[in-house]
Ligand binder design. Structure first.
Ligand code: C5P
Length: 226
């Protein structure tokens, strides 16, 4: 990297989906594989950073030389981030956090209506905390990178998200294209930051992780000087 910002720096990354229990056998989740976040963790370690991964349930191998904290729900992910945020230089919110969770987790499995007359079952959801926004809102906030999975108006929505959540950088991708994103090994993203709009062509997540952190390194260097 042009600006060696990773040697000895502390990097915290959220990864994967979160899983929100409905009852003892069912949950709400999403298609995140954790591949992008794990690739970022590997590259940051190779660049000399001390990396902590707070990871939702994924089925890929843990990267080496990384402290991984496994969590299930968004609330657990939020708590693990709060417990480990002190002294972090760069925070990367790469997890696909469930925006809502069931208001209550039922102790017993939900049964079908015994008479089979009711066609509709209503599930009440409550908002989860916004992890990346809570980190960016801290008094001595680290440099914060967010991700935005969009299906339309990618740049416009991502820019809005970056401003609303007070992020330093956002990595946007179009998840309506099935050949990239989520479980795929390939991705194509646009990186936005102060004075930066850069589209990175389709490549493996490892290659993209290197390019994303290269841009982050320039942006972080500039941010630290301001
Ligand atoms: O608002 P949206 O979920 O699209 O924003 C995506 C970004 O916000 C990602 O960086 C994601 O990790 C983060 N996020 C979060 N906590 C939430 C929701 C999203 O950290 N509850």
């Amino acid at each position: 990297f042009k600006h060696d910002i990773f040697t000895g720096r502390s990097v915290l990354i959220t990864a994967g989906p979160t899983r929100e229990d409905i009852d003892p056998v069912r949950y709400i989740s999403n298609h995140s594989s954790g591949k992008m976040a794990y690739a970022l963790a590997e590259v940051a370690v190779e660049a000399g950073a001390k990396v902590t991964l707070v990871s939702g349930p994924v089925s890929i191998d843990k990267p080496g030389r990384v402290k991984t904290i496994d969590v299930i729900s968004a609330q657990q992910m939020h708590d693990a981030v709060q417990e480990n945020i002190e002294g972090v230089d760069i925070f990367i919110g790469c997890a696909a956090v469930s925006d809502y969770r069931p208001v209550e987790i039922l102790k017993d499995k939900i049964k079908k209506d015994p008479n089979n007359t009711e066609e509709i079952l209503e599930l009440k959801l409550v908002r989860n905390p916004d992890i990346v926004a809570s980190v960016a809102a801290r008094d001595e906030a680290p440099f914060v990178i967010g991700f935005a999975a969009e299906t339309s108006n990618v740049i416009e929505y991502a820019t809005r998200k970056m401003q609303k959540k007070k992020l330093n950088m956002i990595v946007a991708n179009d998840v309506s294209d099935k050949s990239i994103g989520f479980s795929s090994d390939m991705n194509e993203v646009t990186v936005l930051a102060e004075g930066i709009e850069k589209t990175l062509p389709k490549a493996s997540k490892k290659v993209l992780a290197r390019k994303i952190l290269n841009i982050a390194s320039r942006s972080y260097h500039q941010w630290r000087r301001d």
